[in-house]
Write a protein that binds this ligand. Structure first.
Ligand SMILES: Nc1nc2c(c(=O)[nH]1)N[C@H]1C(S)=C(S)[C@@H](COP(=O)(O)OP(=O)(O)OC[C@H]3O[C@@H](n4cnc5c(=O)[nH]c(N)nc54)[C@H](O)[C@@H]3O)O[C@H]1N2
Ligand SMILES: Nc1nc2c(c(=O)[nH]1)N[C@H]1C(S)=C(S)[C@@H](COP(=O)(O)OP(=O)(O)OC[C@H]3O[C@@H](n4cnc5c(=O)[nH]c(N)nc54)[C@H](O)[C@@H]3O)O[C@H]1N2
Ligand SMILES: [Mo]
Length: 767
């Protein structure tokens, strides 16, 4: 018998086709104009050989080898749910009593599932919050530097998170779109919380038809689809702030800056102008000639682009990746400066937003409405770190970390929880993270699969996948809401994260507070009814729960009006001020200047990164970009068919320019060792003219598979995070700086080690 179940993932809505208790296929959602292929992998995921079939405990942990051991070597001992529930409860109680709540790291950063009730991280944090608290993680890996900066200078994160000026408005009004980092189509495959419609392709095609000219300013020509006909300006990674400051210089030198906008709507222009023109501080004029050797774009090109932008209605954008680098705050702040000089902010179709090429839903027309979600629980412990400083937290207990003008005391971490995220996917310098984790006593992980974080755990709790439970998918960046019907029974002994934490809460005496006496069905109705009331308050009717559930989705109409960011503000900054201290765009921020942090003055500046092609290239002469994968979402879907098909002899591809390949005697399909002083991994060569010379690119997401070699640990599969730098962007944002990374590449000689990570680890006899 064949059954069809409505369902959703971050990579799109779909209908699950179920036969004899197995998911056999996933069909695209009928309303999706461009569903992509990632959903095809659903059957592979649910029934994967690397599903965790039952609870496990690390053998050494049971034997008392806890603090100070390098994990990932021991076998796992099968356990019962009763045993792990009791052990986790005892550990939580012990650590709270002996060390305090902040000694539990519960930040658990990660994307988890599209379903909003069973969202694992939210369930974990509800459990920990109601029990007294934990150390949380603030900001994110996506745009941690940018989201700390923007409230200071624009009073909001809307230009980063959305709503951003509508594409329809760009199509109507802009004639030039400057895209720092391009507009990579593959990033539009994904929406956090799931998306009913992938709209990058139709939106961009409409723009091309309307005659919009695109410029892809980035190291990767492939980041702009061929149909855009974009001019490629192959900037050196990390050189953006220099180029943008030089564009400002060229515009001011030509007397073309929008003086009216600068006077009415900005604060501190005189200070930025003086720095750019060389009248202050270093006394260096930031001319295109000054920028040329830094960003490696000819001065004539910089000047021509600047003058064209000043002459034409222009939209400015940058990918999130541009700020995921050392001093990542600076190019974004400089771009706000450029957009101010051009005067387009607040005008239909013009101005600036970050991420038109970073995630599905930026600039799609939709009404801003509430989404279905589990309400956040308070964290009474109040402790937190900026998310990407996790290794420092583990390495430096009791010490201070500078962040956004504050000194944060780093707690002494004893117990680590991870549910719905994978630090051995997302964090940088994984060998260092692994060493730092040795300082903790216990690591508890809930996961459906034997991912790298599950393999580093002491107590492993097998979680269901979304297809084994009922849920609701909902995203603030999408105009659909989706019913996710359970398609198959829980596989093996897997349980829902909600039920796992309800039982642990029970053992600790607070089940009722955790569940509020609701089961799954009652929770879904409760969350949906809250959402329905919130919509009604905005005059938006949605059907009652039973009809929604039977129909499978809600679609909200597109609004008539195009959304335009900062429209009211630009019209009358007195009447509609920004939420900045001056009420205006802060091209100079007294607040940031007042923090007094090294390298972060009160206005955007050019700062050379430590690792980039302008630095010391004697040992590691190639710049490694680790971008988001086209074939999966982060580490999710790595065992599924689309990602598997993309691998070269089972390794993650590394793209490189023909000149760099030839210099090393490499050809497409070769296996190479990519290395620096932090680590090494294998990869399979793809030679392409699309990358500028000196730059190589590996997408993130190949599951970490470290094997010991004489030259140290080698990830035989190709996870680039064994190579990336673990430093904050700056003391201001302390964001992830993965893109600032130098490596060397050499042919791999000798036998090819087997990739083992898509199979379960070694299991011991039951204890
Ligand atoms: N070098 C480099 N590194 C990067 C980036 C980069 O550009 N370069 N980008 C960064 C960015 S922007 C991000 S957002 C991060 C992403 O990092 P993560 O969000 O940590 O990556 P995911 O692989 O999505 O991790 C989600 C985990 O949740 C698990 N999971 C899924 N559903 C469930 C569930 O129902 N229950 C439980 N318990 N678990 C579940 C999945 O199996 C998966 O292991 O990576 C960052 N890392
Ligand atoms: N298919 C798929 N889509 C995804 C994701 C996924 O895992 N898979 N992840 C989602 C998530 S969590 C996020 S945060 C977003 C991230 O979205 P982004 O961070 O924007 O994505 P990236 O692909 O890392 O980078 C985009 C482009 O920036 C360019 N770039 C890198 N460094 C520089 C630089 O110094 N200067 C310039 N000018 N350009 C540079 C790269 O060449 C790349 O083409 O993607 C989302 N979309
Ligand atoms: Mo992200």
């Amino acid at each position: 018998m064949t059954e069809i179940k409505p369902h959703a993932a971050h990579w799109g809505y779909f209908d699950a086709v179920v036969e004899n208790g197995r998911v056999v296929a996933a069909r695209p959602f009928g309303r999706d104009p461009f569903p992509g292929t990632l959903i095809e992998g659903m059957p592979d995921l649910v029934h994967a050989p690397c599903r965790i079939d039952r609870p496990y405990i690390r053998e050494g942990w049971l034997a008392g080898r806890r603090q100070g051991v390098q994990r990932g070597q021991d076998r796992f001992v099968p356990a019962s749910w009763d045993q792990v529930t009791r052990l986790v409860a005892e550990e939580v109680a012990r650590v709270r009593a002996e060390h305090g709540h902040a000694s539990i790291l519960g930040g658990s950063y990660g994307w988890a599932s599209a379903g909003r009730f069973h969202h694992a991280r939210s369930q974990l944090q509800r459990f920990l919050g109601l029990g007294g608290g934990y150390t949380a993680q603030v900001t994110n890996y996506s745009y941690g530097a940018g989201m700390t900066l923007m409230p200071h200078i624009l009073g909001t994160n809307d230009p980063v998170t959305g709503p951003a000026t509508d594409w329809r408005s760009i199509v109507k009004h802009a004639r030039l779109m400057l895209c720092f980092g391009g507009l990579p189509l593959k990033n539009g495959l994904v929406t956090a919380g799931g998306g009913g419609a992938h709209e990058y392709v139709p939106m961009m095609k409409a723009a091309v038809e309307a005659g919009l000219r695109f410029v892809n300013i980035g190291p990767d020509r492939g980041a702009a689809a061929d149909f855009l006909g974009a001019e490629w300006v192959p900037i050196r990674p990390g050189g953006d702030a220099a180029m943008v400051l030089a564009m400002i210089h060229a515009i001011v030198a030509a007397g073309l800056e929008d003086r009216d906008f600068l006077a009415r709507c900005t604060e501190g222009w005189e200070k930025l102008r003086a720095y750019v023109m060389g009248e202050a501080e270093d006394g260096v004029a930031k001319t295109p000639e000054w920028a040329e050797p830094l960003c490696e774009i000819p001065a004539a090109t910089i000047r021509a682009l600047a003058l064209e932008a000043a002459a034409k209605p222009t939209m400015v954008t940058a990918t999130w990746s541009v700020q995921r680098a050392e001093h990542g705050e600076q190019p974004w702040w400089a771009l706000v400066g450029l957009a101010s000089v051009l005067g387009g902010i607040g005008k239909p179709g013009l101005g600036i937003a970050f991420g038109y090429g970073s995630i599905n839903g930026m600039g799609t027309s939709r009404r801003e409405l509430p989404s279905v979600s589990l309400p956040a629980t308070r964290n009474p412990a109040g402790a937190f770190i900026p998310v990407a400083r996790v290794t420092e937290l583990l390495e430096r207990p009791g010490e201070v970390l500078r962040y956004n003008g504050r000194d944060i005391l780093l707690p002494d971490t004893r117990l680590v929880f991870w549910s719905g995220g994978n630090p051995f996917h997302h964090h940088q310098d994984l060998n260092r993270l692994s060493r730092a984790l040795a300082r903790t006593e216990t690591i508890v992980v809930s996961e459906p699969w034997w991912t790298a974080i599950a393999r580093q755990a002491d107590i492993v709790l097998p979680a269901t996948t979304t297809l084994e439970r009922n849920d609701i998918a909902s995203s603030s960046r999408d105009r659909f809401v989706r019913a996710m019907h359970q398609a198959v029974p829980p596989q093996g002994m897997a349980r829902n994260d909600h039920d796992i934490f309800a039982d642990i809460a029970d053992a600790l005496g607070y089940r009722e507070r955790f569940t509020e006496q609701r089961d799954e069905g009652a929770w879904l109705r409760h969350l949906y009814d809250r959402f329905r009331r919130a919509c009604a308050a905005l005059g938006e009717e949605v059907p009652e729960f039973d009809r929604f559930w039977a129909e499978g989705h809600i679609e909200f109409a597109r609004p008539e009006q195009d959304f335009v960011s900062f429209e009211d503000f630009a019209r009358d900054p007195q009447a509609a001020p920004l939420a900045t201290p001056s009420g205006k765009v802060e091209l100079y921020s007294e607040t940031i200047a007042g923090f007094g942090d090294e390298g972060v003055p009160g206005h955007p500046v050019w700062k050379a990164p430590r690792e980039w092609l302008g630095g010391d290239l004697s040992r590691h002469p190639l710049h490694l970009l680790s971008d988001q994968p086209a074939t999966r979402l982060h580490g999710q879907l790595d065992p599924a068919r689309v990602a598997r098909a993309s691998k070269i002899q089972g390794r993650e591809p590394i793209r490189m320019n023909p000149a760099d390949a030839a210099a090393r005697g490499l050809a497409g399909g070769d296996i190479v060792r990519v290395f620096n002083d932090r680590g090494a991994c294998l990869a399979g060569v793809v030679v392409t003219e699309n990358l500028r010379p000196g730059v190589v690119a590996m997408s993130t997401g190949a599951w970490w598979d470290p094997q010991e070699t004489e030259a140290g640990p080698l990830c035989v599969h190709g996870n680039p995070n064994v190579l990336t730098q673990d430093v904050g962007t700056s003391p201001l944002g302390q964001g992830c700086a993965a893109q600032s990374c130098l490596v060397q590449v050499e042919a791999w000689r000798g036998p090819l080690p087997e990739v083992r990570v898509h199979r379960p680890p070694e299991i011991a006899e039951a204890g």
